[in-house]
Design a protein around this ligand. Structure first.
Ligand code: CTP
Ligand code: MG
Length: 166
């Protein structure tokens, strides 16, 4: 299913599910607002969890400014916080921008093996809780009022090419 453009696109997926890979294969770097990238901007790196609050404050500001201008905005976070999703959806509605949720429905074993191959793997128990949160979120999305909910499998995400977001 094609994603409208311009649109607000909210990614939902565990670490290693392919969110950033999918986003960078379809969107310009400036269109992707990534909590990991913003942690790197205001913290010591994309994994600096102490910088999360500052990074998410910036993320909200960037999303609000871009959506208010009806610019395509891809929100690259886990996507599992219902209050944040509601805020972004409301901002898109207020701006008259279509709002789409994109779930990276990647099997747990694929996320785990990709995660294990990374320089800074997420701890196994953290990944387990992310996978559970994504499953819960998937059940909630249909009732939230998105213009479309797109569920992607690994076949829909091209193998990683040049990356412009973490
Ligand atoms: N990857 C892959 N083949 C794909 C998609 C992703 O090999 N079809 C690899 C990427 O190169 C990367 C890893 O899987 O090393 C995780 O992909 P990424 O897009 O970074 O996942 P995210 O969901 O963005 O993970 P995070 O939440 O940790 O940012
Ligand atoms: Mg990512």
């Amino acid at each position: 299913m094609p994603v409208p453009d311009p649109a607000l696109v909210v990614l939902v997926g565990a670490s290693g599910s392919g969110k950033s890979t999918w986003a960078s294969s379809r969107y310009r770097a400036a269109e992707v607002v990534s909590s990991d990238a913003l942690r790197e901007v205001v913290g010591s790196g994309e994994h600096d969890l102490d910088a999360s609050a500052d990074a998410f404050a910036l993320l909200e500001s960037v999303v609000s400014a871009r959506v208010g201008r009806r610019l395509t905005t891809v929100v690259d976070t886990l996507g599992t916080d219902p209050a944040r999703r509601r805020r972004w959806l409301t901002a898109a509605r207020d701006a008259g921008l279509p709002a789409v949720a994109v779930v990276l429905d990647t099997p747990a074993r694929v996320c785990r093996s990709r995660n294990a191959a990374r320089d800074r793997p997420v701890p196994a128990r953290v990944l387990t809780s992310q996978l559970a949160a994504v499953a819960t979120t998937t059940d909630l999305l249909d009732a939230e009022g998105w213009d479309a909910v797109l569920v992607l499998t690994p076949d829909d995400v091209p193998a990683a090419g040049p990356r412009n977001t973490p």
